[in-house]
Design a protein around this ligand. Structure first.
Ligand SMILES: Nc1ncnc2c1ncn2[C@@H]1O[C@H](COP(=O)(O)OP(=O)(O)O)[C@@H](O)[C@H]1O
Ligand SMILES: [Mg+2]
Length: 212
């Protein structure tokens, strides 16, 4: 049975699509049977997947679909027996579709850029996950190389009793360049720091999969 992860965060630009695509590529590279579902009407990942068709042998095998929000539960049901991991990218702002994806998931992965504004905006997503009784894991994204902000935000999250993943992603141009080529950083630049970070994030996430 697949481990279903909804990547959700009401704030646009937090890194939902980036994390979903990169985790999917990393899991695929480890031989996991991965499905990636784009449930955002902006269709960011559908564009990414379109580029992927031209990326050749560097692109690992993954199942891809872009179901409308209301079709997400049926899409997950169809995929869950034949896959190890299902990643759901979700829209910002649209609580109805985000709620459906969260309900279908075993875990809600919340990317968060370490800034007060981003932290405040996360409350709505956490409320949604709480209302659906789904566990949450927060991953800090675009962590600057210097400064204390990330540690301050991490402390505030821990004070709220939230699960904060030790694995974080730095602010790295490699994410955008791999994305433009329809690849994850583990495929485009497997020896890069970005790739190392994504592999660590994938491992941390796997550790939170329910035992069945
Ligand atoms: N760790 C990162 N380092 C550098 N750029 C990033 C990183 N994560 C995301 N980005 C960039 O930020 C922008 C928004 O990311 P995206 O994944 O589309 O956010 P969302 O799906 O939450 O709206 C994109 O241009 C993306 O390339
Ligand atoms: Mg997106």
């Amino acid at each position: 049975m697949a481990f279903i992860v909804a990547v959700a965060q009401r704030k646009g630009g937090a890194g939902k699509s980036t994390l979903a695509a990169n985790l999917a590529a990393a899991f695929a590279g480890q031989g996991e049977r991965v499905a990636l579902l784009d449930t955002d009407p902006q269709k960011t990942l559908s564009h990414w997947h379109g580029e992927r068709a031209r990326a050749g042998s560097r692109a690992g095998l993954l199942a891809f679909d872009a179901p409308a929000g209301w079709r997400v539960p049926a899409a997950c049901d169809k995929l869950r027996r034949s896959h190890d991991v299902i990643l759901l990218d979700t829209p910002p702002h649209d609580d109805t579709d985000a709620r459906i994806a969260i309900r279908a998931a075993d875990l809600v992965l919340v990317p968060l850029q370490p800034s007060p504004a981003d932290l405040w905006a996360t409350g709505a997503t956490l409320d949604l996950a709480r209302a659906e009784r789904r566990p949450v894991a927060v991953a800090l994204n675009r962590v600057p190389a210097q400064g204390k902000l990330a540690e301050q935000v991490a402390q505030q999250l821990r004070a709220q009793g939230l699960t904060l993943l030790d694995a974080t992603l730095g602010n790295r141009t490699g994410f955008a360049s791999a994305f433009a080529a329809g690849l994850g950083v583990t495929e485009a630049a497997p020896r890069s720091l970005a790739a190392e970070e994504v592999r660590a994030l994938a491992a941390a996430l796997k550790g939170l999969a329910p035992r069945r």
